[in-house]
Write a protein that binds this ligand. Structure first.
Ligand SMILES: [Zn+2]
Length: 330
């Protein structure tokens, strides 16, 4: 009798356990790169599992997806991408995976930044990039090739929209909307998390504005290897010089570099940075030849690893602004 009741209780426990585990099965959300991964995690909380393709310190510009990535995409309930030509490899990956679900482009609604024509060094770098891609493009199938060409030759928009907090808020709204659509049962949880996160971004923006307000206009110039901070520059009135243009796939010409070095000397630029995703040697060479010091590493297209100083979008932004301000104050 006792044994029977015990058995029944155990059975009940197993059923309840199984039931609750089923109800709590998190939504699988695949994101293209680490910055989106963190934003999605902030909105989705424990209702979702985030799977990120290009991880910390990774370069999404030149990423080559693996068969394991196709498997991740095929098992997704939602796929979240940046858009603006950033993930040139994505279309082919989705096709290969057989994924038929929703793909949310988080930059939808962002005012895209057209590529600047003002900076000569950048123009030369871009001219070189075009040649480079045309030569290389023959090795690839059409989808890949076209995507690359869109981002460099014709479209000419800057994909790094996440470097503006105004845009980050648009990203977060698009993420929350997509999660609620795919998982309406948890819509109110997503809404709450969205509101809280938007509040944090607002506070961060207020802080950043106050930081840049301390810097005189003629000091608001900086150098990074590839042109990833244009949206940040637009927001806070910074002039950004980048020898590589908007993609890390291009290399600057010797003439472009010479002009950049002359400009650094003429305008007394002190804020010179390497990036966590790209080879530091180009910037180190520029710094050496222009006799300036490299002021540290900015997080351009990826977060740091968990134990680094920028494992989240907010810590990344704060870290970047802090380093830029310190360098410009010199
Ligand atoms: Zn980039």
């Amino acid at each position: 009798m006792m044994q029977g009741r015990l058995m029944a209780a155990m059975l009940l426990a197993v059923v309840l356990w199984g039931g609750s585990a089923l109800a709590a099965t998190p939504l699988k959300v695949v994101t293209s790169f680490s910055i989106l991964g963190d934003m999605v995690a902030n909105v989705g909380g424990d209702k979702i599992e985030v799977i990120t393709l290009v991880g910390p310190d990774g370069d999404a510009h030149v990423y080559e997806p693996s068969p394991a990535d196709a498997k991740k995409v095929s098992s997704a309930n939602l796929v979240v991408v940046n858009g603006l030509g950033f993930e040139g490899w994505l279309e082919r990956l989705v096709k290969a995976s057989g994924y038929k679900g929703k793909i949310v482009v988080v930059s939808e609604g962002v005012k895209p930044r057209a590529m600047g024509k003002a900076d000569h060094a950048e123009e030369e770098a871009k001219g070189h990039a075009k040649e480079h891609h045309d030569a290389k493009g023959h090795d690839h199938e059409h989808g890949y090739n076209d995507a690359h060409h869109n981002s460099h030759d014709h479209g000419d928009v800057d994909p790094h929209a996440w470097q503006s907090l105004t845009n980050a808020k648009i990203y977060v709204k698009n993420i929350a909307k997509a999660l609620a659509e795919v998982d309406p049962a948890n819509a109110s949880a997503y809404q709450q998390a969205e509101d809280a996160y938007l509040g944090e971004l607002e506070a961060l923006d207020t802080w950043a504005k106050a930081q840049f307000a301390q810097i005189p206009e003629q000091k608001r110039r900086m150098i990074t290897s590839h042109d990833a901070f244009g949206y940040l520059g637009e927001t806070y009135g910074l002039q950004i010089l980048a020898p590589m243009g908007v993609s890390t796939a291009s290399e600057p010409s010797a003439g472009g570099l010479k002009k950049l070095i002359e400009q650094i000397n003429r305008e007394n630029v002190t804020a010179v940075f390497v990036e966590n995703i790209s080879d530091p040697r180009l910037i180190e060479q520029i710094a050496k030849e222009s006799k300036v010091r490299v002021e540290g590493e900015l997080y351009s297209d990826a977060l740091s690893s968990k134990d680094g100083s920028a494992p989240t979008y907010i810590s990344m932004f704060r870290s970047n602004v802090g380093k830029i301000i310190a360098a410009m104050k010199q």
